[in-house]
Write a protein that binds this ligand. Structure first.
Ligand SMILES: Cc1cc2nc3c(=O)[nH]c(=O)nc-3n(C[C@H](O)[C@H](O)[C@H](O)COP(=O)(O)OP(=O)(O)OC[C@H]3O[C@@H](n4cnc5c(N)ncnc54)[C@H](O)[C@@H]3O)c2cc1C
Length: 394
């Protein structure tokens, strides 16, 4: 088993870093998290947490707290862009009853941070921005700037959870994340402003664009995400959104009007070839830093959360750090690749123009919800540890 006496260093206190800290502490490790933000403030509004991610968080004792803030969804309802007519409903509750929840990001972050605060094994250092890392005897030396001024920290294992624009990846000379040529506009509609309340997760599918709406803040607000191609006009012009979506379903356009100015997020992806293990297995990238993908299957945070669980488990069971990281990678690569393929499939079918969209709608409409749900069993029924060979065997 990996040395339990030395703390593990995590860079980044996003969903991946915080969950990794909790999962590692749960396995008996002590952890230090370094986060560049002076204060923990979650930007962006909503998040869908699918059963595979909730199973991990539930295993860390967080389910009750999450269900206080989150709203359970039974289905994702796919709609036609212009009429809003239902194309199909895809059940999203897992076969073991594990729910699918939509939640405000700030609520999820609060739940994770409270658990981190309660854990004597975890130290969270805010205002510590990683500036450099160099190999040192039996580990790495890390240099931080920020509110604590420039200081050095020695680590035997570093978990890089610093997001899609990972500064660790940059310092390692890895190919940067690339633009997907798409932008996501995010906004919130208070439940009081619209008479039509979003009943669950809804997606409107249109040519080159789609929209998603779901409840957050215990159902008091609706989170709205509009995804469209990015060019100079779209990037600079949130006010033109209403115009670009003007011929879409009236219920959606009234939500867009109620949301006011929405915030644009150009979407970036990490190349699938990015290596995750570095510096003689003294550093591992997880979450978006390792494999940021488009949000079309709502799985980015889910994958970061799964990464955290698998990493903690393999470190706790493997004879050495290298064996643990090799096993971790062999387990995560195929899973991430499969989720990426699903994301690309969604991108293709969500944005089809007519007449191809007619074929898509018919193909979806003739299938039962149960059979559509079965397509996602591999995704939502995932659990860890997966019964597999011993961790030292890689
Ligand atoms: C529009 C949109 C909708 C999405 N919807 C969903 C969804 O419904 N469900 C889902 O599962 N996923 C969704 N995602 C994806 C999800 O948001 C990300 O995959 C997830 O937040 C990644 O978590 P992370 O911890 O890897 O990175 P991040 O959350 O980006 O955290 C990285 C952290 O590292 C810190 N950091 C960065 N550099 C340094 C440094 N040098 N030193 C110290 N700290 C540093 C940052 O401040 C940050 O706190 C969506 C994404 C988008 C863009």
């Amino acid at each position: 088993m990996v040395d339990l006496t030395r703390p593990i260093t995590i860079i980044g206190a996003g969903m991946g870093g915080l969950t990794a800290a909790l999962a590692l502490a749960d396995r008996g490790f002590s952890v230090e998290i370094f986060e560049r933000a002076e204060q923990m403030r979650e930007v962006g509004a909503g998040l869908q947490l699918s059963p595979n991610a909730l199973r991990v968080l539930g295993g860390l004792g967080l389910m009750d707290a999450l269900l206080v803030h989150g709203t359970r969804a039974q289905d994702v309802i796919l709609r036609r862009a212009f009429t809003g007519r239902r194309i199909a409903s895809i059940p999203v509750v897992a076969n073991d009853g594990m729910p699918y929840v939509s939640i405000h990001r700030a609520d999820l972050q609060t739940v994770l941070l409270r658990a981190v605060d309660r854990s004597p094994a975890i130290t969270l250092r805010l205002g510590a921005s990683l500036q450099a890392l160099t190999p040192a005897r039996s580990g790495l030396d890390l240099w931080f700037t920020g509110s604590e001024a420039r200081h050095r920290h020695h680590a035997s294992l570093v978990v890089g959870a610093d997001g899609v624009h990972s500064s660790i990846a940059r310092r390692l000379g890895l190919a940067a994340a690339t633009s997907a040529g798409t932008i996501a506009w995010r906004g919130c509609v208070s439940r009081a402003t619209g008479d039509d309340v979003t009943p669950g997760i809804e997606a409107w599918l249109g040519p080159r664009r789609h929209a998603i709406a779901y409840p957050i803040s215990g159902g008091r607000e609706t989170n709205l995400v509009l995804i469209e191609p990015m060019n100079r006009t779209t990037e600079a012009d949130p006010t033109g959104l209403a115009h670009r979506f003007r011929s879409w379903d009236r219920r959606l356009t009234s939500m867009i009007a109620a949301a006011g100015d929405m915030t644009g997020w150009p979407l970036n992806v990490v190349p699938p070839t990015r290596s995750w293990r570095h510096l003689d297995d003294r550093l591992i990238l997880i979450g978006d830093a390792a494999h940021a993908m488009l949000p079309y299957a709502a799985q980015g945070a889910g994958m970061a959360i799964e990464d955290a669980a698998v990493l903690a488990d393999t470190l706790a069971r493997a004879p050495t750090q290298s064996a643990a990281l090799a096993h971790y990678e062999s387990e995560r690569r195929p899973r991430i690749a499969r989720v990426r393929r699903r994301v690309l499939f969604h991108r293709l079918i969500y944005h089809l123009p007519a007449p191809l969209s007619f074929g898509r709608n018919t193909a979806l409409a003739i299938r039962s919800p149960e059979s559509l749900g079965k397509d996602l069993d591999w995704l939502y029924d995932w659990r860890h540890p997966v019964p597999s060979r011993d961790v030292g065997d890689d």
